[in-house]
Each structure stands twice: as structure tokens, then as C-alpha cells.
Design a protein around this ligand. Structure first.
Ligand code: SF4
Length: 454
């Protein structure tokens, strides 16, 4: 998962891009980068780590002068986590300097890479995005033709922002797996993975970039907007609403928060008759679903976990021992809230089961009497190939165990997963066609051919 942003026609392009990236930080904490152009020669500044540590005043004001910028925050899904794979990728080719920032996974990456290698292409990165740069460099025609002809060859998930001189281009794959939205701030257009990043910098959300659309913007004007590949069916990732997107971002003209509240309401319906003293979320993603559950069931909402926001992902990696320490550092139960209580605990999902097990254990250690665990999505039984770092099938607890077996492993009083029908209803707000979502990680029904070397 990654976050992307593009800003054009603005003297503060780099500052706005970095503020947007800060808002998208939850979509990737491993590296961040900004490409700037429009005044001097195009340049890119990127580094490993958090946006706030990379982009200080000196870099933004003195090293990144320009009126058009694209930015990227990265969470590795398809390749090694290292500076060489940090984006945006800037190239110098027959068409001049071009820079690309990508969110998603190109599923025919290996086929295209092999074809390019046979033609003599040299690869510097291990990221799937690099093939797009080669395709662009080899294409002929206008800037729009070059981009359209290149992305027509790609399969899988790709929301892109592309920069050439003052021209900002946005592209969304024809399934619409990953989000990309358009907004405006004064005389400047902005594109971003999420509407919240546009609103934070003072802009207004206008609309989603449609699946299969290319939009070309220059000097505060939309020069072109067209469908380069007609979607057979929209397959937007439903997990964006369950987990990835910020609650204050807009999807289908409603906030993600509203979808999560509805998930909680439907969970309460599924668990009708459950008796508990309190309902509490696993922060932060369980918060609004727990609120919805509380409103629908009448069970008191309580915050029973204290979250430490300063524990980064990097701290998680070193060893299993440190993972246990990290779990406790990240979330600590509040004894007086949970002790002696029968609890409905709401989280977004169970992947491997190990994190849930640790959470439940620390709740029990804090004195919880009974735990009913409820998840705001169905069982995850299949891996994602569209830009999310889910483990392979053998590591997915629900792919290999029944719900009852998982309940026993977690050692809890009941375990409920929101069913798929209710999840789709919660995310489509009852006023849109229901079949616009990819739900492959719950069903194994992938909307595209999966041909990558997995
Ligand atoms: Fe989203 Fe799951 Fe589809 Fe991946 S497989 S795009 S996580 S719904």
C-alpha cells in the first residue's frame, strides 16, 4: 500500500505536497519522496523514513523550488524495502524528464519485464513501477499518447501521478482497485490517494478519477480527460473502507467513517442478544465500528486501550521478542475500564491471528471477565495481489482453520465476522450498485488474471 499526491500551478507545490504526504502517512511509513518541476530542472528528493523526518523547511523551501510536484509514501508490497525503490521515480529519456509515483501492484510485471529485458532494457530497481518508465521511454507520440499506450499494456492495480515539466497527469487502472481523487485549491488542481489529503491543505474534493481514466492538467486547466481502457466492471478494494483509508476521507460521496459505523451496526445485528458490559474498539480502525455497534445494541461504548502513537513500524521488525514488547508499547489496556467486565471487542480484521491473540491475552491479564471478539470484515482466506501486503495463504489463519478453531485458539467466548453481504451493504450506503468492489481476499475470486511470479 502507498499514498500518492500531485499538485500543479502553485508556488508552494513542494510544501503542499509534503503536507499532503503527512496526511497520507498511514498508507506507507517506509520511505517518502517528492519530485518538483516548473521552475528549474526537474529534481527529486527522497529518503527512508517518515515524512516529518525527511522534509524540513530547508529542503522544502530551498531545495525544491517549482510550481508542480508529485509525492509518494511507500509501504513495500512487491519488492525490497530500500532507498533504491523509494518513489517517485524520475527518468531522463527521449521525451525529457518524467517522474512517476505509483500506488498498487502491476500483476503482469514479470511478463513485461522479460519482454523488456529481451529488448535490452536495463533495470535499476526491483519495483514493478520501473517497467512503466521503460514503456514510457520506448513509446512514441504526444505526452498523452505515450502515457495511454504504456498503461494499456499493464494489468493489475495502478493509481498513478505523473509529472513532466508543468504537466500533471493522473491515471487509474480500469478496475479502479486503488483510489485516486481530484480536488482544487485556488487556481491549482490536486490529485491524491485520499480526499483528506486535499482538504488538509485547504483544497476541495471534486470527484474520483474514474476507473480507466487519464486526466491531464496544466496551468490550472484540465487539458484532457478520457477513458483509455473501458472497465468491464469496477473492482474497488473494499479493504480501503475496512482498514486502509482515513475515516475522514470520502468514498462514494460518503466518509469512510460512515461506512465503518454501518459495519458496526450490521455486526450488532448479527450478534443480536449478546450480553456485555461494554463495547470497545481496538484503536484506531475499530473505533467507528465499535461506535456503530454501541448505538445499535445499546451496549455502553468505552475506550479500554491506550494507544501510543510514537511506536513506528520499524520497531516491529527485529525479532519475535520485540514484537511482544511492541504490542504492549502500542496498546495498553486501561485496567479500571476492562477489569471484571464482559467485553465486546471490535477490530477490523484477523490476518495471521498472532496480533489478535496478543491483544486478547493482555486484555485478560488486565482482568477482562469475558471477551466477544467481532471483526468488521469476513474471514480473510486469500492473498491480495493488488497492492496490499497480505501474507501467503498458508499464513492466513482463516484459510486453514474454521471460525470455531480460531475461537478456540484465541481462547475467547465468541467470535463473529461481519458477513460479506453486510460488508458490501455498509460500504455502498444503499444508494450505489453493490457490485463495485473487489472482495477477492474473502472469496478467492480475483477480478483479473494473476500472472505474476508469486
Ligand atoms: Fe482489496 Fe482484498 Fe481485493 Fe486486495 S484482494 S484489492 S485487499 S479486496
Amino acid at each position: 500500500m502507498c499514498g500518492i499526491i500531485g499538485v500543479e500551478n502553485n508556488e508552494n507545490a513542494a510544501v503542499l505536497a509534503s503536507a499532503g504526504l503527512l496526511t497520507l502517512q498511514h498508507r506507507g511509513e517506509e520511505s517518502a519522496g517528492i519530485t518538483i518541476s516548473g521552475k528549474e530542472k526537474m529534481r527529486t528528493f527522497k529518503a527512508m523514513g517518515l515524512v516529518s523526518r525527511i522534509f524540513n523547511e530547508e529542503i522544502l523551501l530551498n531545495k525544491l523550488p517549482g510550481t508542480a510536484a508529485i509525492g509518494h509514501v511507500r509501504y513495500t508490497t512487491s519488492s525490497k524495502s530500500s532507498l533504491i525503490n523509494a518513489q517517485p521515480f524520475q527518468i531522463s529519456c527521449i521525451h525529457g524528464n518524467i517522474s512517476v509515483a505509483h500506488n498498487g501492484n502491476i500483476t503482469n510485471f514479470f511478463e513485461i519485464k522479460e519482454m523488456l529485458l529481451k529488448k535490452g532494457a536495463i533495470f535499476n530497481h526491483t519495483s514493478d513501477t520501473e517497467i512503466l518508465l521503460h514503456l514510457i521511454a520506448m513509446s512514441k507520440g504526444s505526452l498523452t499518447d505515450i502515457v495511454a499506450n504504456s498503461v494499456r499494456k499493464l494489468e493489475g492495480a495502478f493509481s498513478l501521478v505523473i509529472l513532466k515539466d508543468r504537466v500533471l497527469i493522473g491515471v487509474r487502472d480500469n478496475n479502479g482497485f486503488r483510489p485516486l481523487v481530484l480536488g482544487k485549491i485556488g487556481n491549482s488542481y490536486v490529485m491524491s490517494s485520499e480526499s483528506a489529503a486535499i482538504e488538509v491543505i485547504g483544497g476541495k474534493y471534486i470527484r474520483d478519477i474514474s476507473p480507466g481514466e487519464i486526466i491531464v492538467i496544466e496551468n490550472g486547466q484540465i487539458k484532457e480527460s478520457f477513458i483509455y481502457k473501458k472497465p468491464k466492471k469496477q473492482n474497488t478494494c473494499i479493504f480501503e473502507q475496512v482498514y486502509f483509508s482515513r475515516p475522514d476521507s470520502i468514498v462514494f460521496e460518503q466518509t469512510v467513517k460512515e461506512a465503518r459505523v454501518k459495519m458496526g451496526e450490521y455486526l450488532a445485528q448479527q450478534m443480536k442478544g449478546v450480553k456485555a458490559d461494554i463495547v470497545m474498539p481496538v484503536p484506531d480502525t475499530g473505533y467507528f465500528a465499535a461506535l456503530g455497534f454501541s448505538r445499535a445494541s445499546g451496549i455502553l461504548f468505552e475506550n479500554g486501550f491506550m494507544r501510543n502513537h510514537y511506536v513506528g513500524r520499524s520497531f516491529i521488525k527485529p525479532s519475535q521478542n520485540l514484537r511482544n514488547l511492541t504490542a504492549m508499547l502500542k496498546l495498553r489496556p486501561i485496567g479500571e475500564v476492562v477489569s471484571g467486565k464482559e467485553i465486546v471487542l471490535i477490530d477490523d480484521s484477523i490476518v495471521r491471528g498472532t496480533t489478535s491473540k496478543r491483544l486478547i491475552n493482555i486484555l485478560k491479564d488486565a482482568g477482562a471477565k469475558k471477551i466477544h471478539f467481532a471483526l468488521s470484515c469476513p474471514t480473510i482466506t486469500d492473498s491480495c495481489y493488488y497492492g496490499i501486503d497480505t501474507p501467503s495463504k498458508e499464513h492466513l489463519i482463516a484459510a486453514n482453520n474454521s471460525v470455531e478453531k480460531i475461537r478456540k485458539y484465541l481462547d475467547i467466548d465468541s467470535l463473529t465476522f461481519l458477513n460479506l453481504e453486510n460488508l458490501v451493504k455498509a460500504c455502498s450506503f444503499g444508494n450505489k450498485k453493490n457490485d463495485v468492489f473487489c472482495t477477492a481476499c474473502f472469496t478467492g475470486k480475483y477480478p483479473t488474471k494473476i500472472s505474476m511470479n508469486v
